[in-house]
Design a protein around this ligand. Structure first.
Ligand SMILES: C[S@@+](CC[C@H](N)C(=O)[O-])C[C@H]1O[C@@H](n2cnc3c(N)ncnc32)[C@H](O)[C@@H]1O
Length: 274
């Protein structure tokens, strides 16, 4: 019987390859749904901020308001502090801590933002209860999360559906939520938020340099010994399947029509006034 016990470990890890993917993100592109609600002077929380590539853009948008980034991983907070210092964002402060136990006062933020975080944290409702606690009445929560089932590579390579299913099952085996992007509206409702606006968008890779980046990322991350080791340990895929995917990906990269995308759902909601 395969070992599929959820381990609550963070699926993506903190490798250089994954950091390069995060480096392509910015507040302007990846928090576009939140931008119309930002203005100078607001106090913003970016929970699960990672290396801070999105956080620094939020800091720019609300200056002289404060932005606080929090992440459970110390190395990411080190990167985020360096990014803020390099950009001169003195209104950004970073903390090591968990989203399930936020070190902030009740009702102390105007906005709480996260990107690609609820999909990884096992206890969604505990997290959202904490976020709601630290928001002011009328404050905004914003989230953008993947849904694996609508992500794709085109033209499809041999056995691609099984490769996406393996990624999805690995997220779930680690306590995550591979379809979180589609679930945001009802999850926010359940957590007691109101005025919910949900939508979706893709992170799309089509220009030759973007296809080359996506190929390198999948090979270096998904086909890494760490991911193959975890997936085979859980009984989600075999070494032979990973080898086939490696060959298929190399062929895919050379196709003139090659493109691919990660599908994301995004939502904005408010903490009720009372
Ligand atoms: C996919 S990364 C996203 C980083 C950033 N928001 C972005 O999109 O560029 C997810 C981040 O959530 C953090 N994380 C996971 N579980 C957490 C928890 N319980 N508390 C705080 N951070 C957590 C991870 O350490 C990681 O940096």
């Amino acid at each position: 019987m395969p070992d599929q016990t959820p381990s609550s470990s963070y699926t993506m890890g903190y490798s250089e390859e994954f950091r390069q993917l995060l480096d392509r993100r910015s507040a302007e592109t990846h928090a576009r749904h939140l931008f119309p609600h930002l203005k100078p002077g607001l106090r913003v929380l970016d929970f699960g901020c990672g290396p801070g590539t999105i956080t620094v853009g939020l800091a720019r948008a609300v200056e002289p308001g404060e932005v606080h980034g929090i992440d459970v991983e110390e190395s990411q907070i080190g990167l985020a502090r360096a990014a803020a210092q390099a950009g001169g964002h003195h209104n950004a402060t970073f903390h090591v801590g968990s989203v399930t136990d936020l070190p902030f006062e009740d009702g102390s933020f105007d906005v709480a933002h996260c990107h690609a975080v609820l999909m990884h944290v096992p206890d969604t409702q505990t997290t959202l209860a904490e976020v709601k606690r630290v928001l002011k009445p009328g404050g905004i929560v914003a989230s953008r999360e993947i849904f694996v089932s609508s992500s794709f590579l085109e033209p499809s390579i041999d056995d691609t559906d099984a490769a996406w299913a393996t990624f999805s099952n690995l997220l779930a085996a680690n306590g995550g939520h591979p379809e979180m992007g589609k679930e945001l509206k009802h999850i926010l409702l359940e957590a007691g938020f109101s005025d919910i606006r949900a939508g979706g968008s893709f992170d799309f890779f089509s220009a030759p340099e973007d296809v080359a980046f996506l190929h390198a990322f999948i090979v270096d991350w998904f086909l890494s010994p760490t991911v193959i080791g975890a997936a085979t340990k859980y009984g989600l895929a075999t070494q032979e399947q990973f080898e086939r995917w490696r060959q298929g990906l190399d062929e895919w990269k050379g196709l003139p029509g090659a493109c691919g995308a990660f599908a994301f759902g995004e939502a904005i909601a408010r903490k009720p006034q009372s």
